[in-house]
Design a protein around this ligand. Structure first.
Ligand SMILES: Cc1ncc(COP(=O)(O)O)c(C=O)c1O
Length: 384
């Protein structure tokens, strides 16, 4: 398949399949039984991916991923609770900001952007401050692509009798998380990430007893997941206007996810994408920011070329003209750019992206032609 539109090598919105886009060509009535059945089917498929059908409810919420994160904290952390926020990038900092805005007491623990938080850190911090009720963690910190050790941290949090809230926005559906083995009160993700739907709704997997105990916690009407869930159980409908086209697209994306082979297949394709990207960029002399052991196969941060002729905006526009959209870096100390490995793209597509990058750097006189050694591309992107 070829497309005139550039391939999005970004962590969402990302490139979706024609089938997923086509699913949005129907206008659904929000009261219609068929639409309610679609929502119920999406929620049960999402719970199955997590192995959470027995232990958790899936509560969908209108809006981008941050809306769902804010709703999870606002609903599940009581007003007199205290959150320990684990930070090694921009999305961790956003968790702290959410606690601040919602008026929930919190403390932070920050490691460098290339340092995962460890279970030993969390153990020490929970021993030192018994007022902490909840721990909030980013699974894959998308600002670099670093993977934090979720199962180990979840176990320590449980051993201390505390509750865990996980932002798995950029990892859910691609990296294994098993609710039967990893204890948590809430795990948050969204439609337009590794499931390859379109953006517009988040969802929170809320532990059943924790959600049942959360009535009245929330500061907000629209963000109250207890109310959202209760209304949906009672009526089968969303509480307020649902993002009908987004739900339909996610339903179609989930069918393709199952056809591809579910999580193991999705994980493998993204791992292959990531490896093709790392190998190709290394051949160009472009170094990745993170060591392989802590690099999630979701998004890769690369050091920008050390050359005065390199400017990200110019680089970005030129690569876009060749059919690929890259992502700026998000680090404050070093100049970087990012390339996503997720979306409806395979390793052949990633190799084509590397070729486009090589050609662009040659055109900008940042890479000498001999260093690139890659064949020209036609401009047509290669998709699955
Ligand atoms: C780890 C993580 N958390 C939260 C978000 C916020 O999502 P949104 O921009 O959809 O609000 C993102 C977005 O990429 C993310 O990667």
């Amino acid at each position: 398949m070829t497309t005139a539109e550039p391939i999005l090598l970004t962590p969402g919105p990302l490139t979706t399949s024609n089938r997923t886009r086509q699913a949005m060509m129907v206008d659904w009535g929000s009261w219609d039984d068929r639409f309610n059945a679609l929502t119920a089917s999406v929620c049960s498929q999402l719970l199955a991916i997590l192995h959470g059908t027995d232990s958790h409810h899936c509560v969908p919420l209108q809006g981008s991923g941050t809306f769902a994160v804010e709703a999870a904290i606002g609903t599940l952390v009581p007003r007199n609770g205290k959150v320990l926020v684990l930070i090694n990038g921009a999305y961790g900092k956003r968790l702290a900001k959410i606690c601040e805005v919602l008026g929930r007491d919190f403390s932070t623990f920050e490691t460098a952007e290339d340092q995962p938080t460890t279970a030993a850190d969390v153990d020490r911090l929970l021993r030192a401050d018994t007022a902490i009720t909840h721990v909030a963690l980013i699974h894959c910190e998308t600002s670099t692509g670093i993977l934090n050790p979720l199962p180990e941290i979840a176990q320590v949090v449980k051993d201390h009798g505390k509750r865990l809230i996980i932002d798995a926005m950029s990892s859910f559906g691609a990296l294994p998380i098993d609710a039967r083995e990893v204890p948590f009160d809430a795990l948050i993700a969204a439609s337009g990430k590794c499931l390859e739907g379109v953006p517009g709704m988040g969802f929170v997997f809320a532990e059943k007893q924790a959600l049942a105990a959360a009535q009245g916690n929330c500061h907000s009407l629209a963000m109250d997941l207890f109310d959202q869930h209760s209304y949906m159980v009672k009526t089968g409908q969303w509480r307020f206007t649902p993002p009908t086209h987004v739900v339909a697209a996610l339903h179609e994306a989930l069918l393709q996810y199952a056809e591809e082979g579910g999580l193991p297949a999705r994980h493998q394709r993204y791992a292959d994408n990531c490896q093709a990207l790392l190998d190709g960029m290394a051949a160009l002399g472009l170094r990745s920011f993170l060591p392989a052991e802590i690099q999630a196969p979701i998004i890769v941060t690369f050091h920008a070329p050390q050359d005065a002729r390199y400017q990200f905006k110019d680089f970005y526009e030129r690569v876009k003209a060749k059919g690929f959209i890259l992502y700026p870096g998000k680090l404050t100390q070093v100049e970087t750019f990012r390339v996503g490995c997720i979306g409806h793209v395979d390793a052949t597509g990633m190799q084509a992206a590397v070729t486009a990058i090589a050609q662009t750097l040659q055109d900008m006189h940042v890479l000498e032609p001999a260093g690139a050694g890659l064949s020209a591309i036609t401009g047509d992107a290669v998709l699955l």
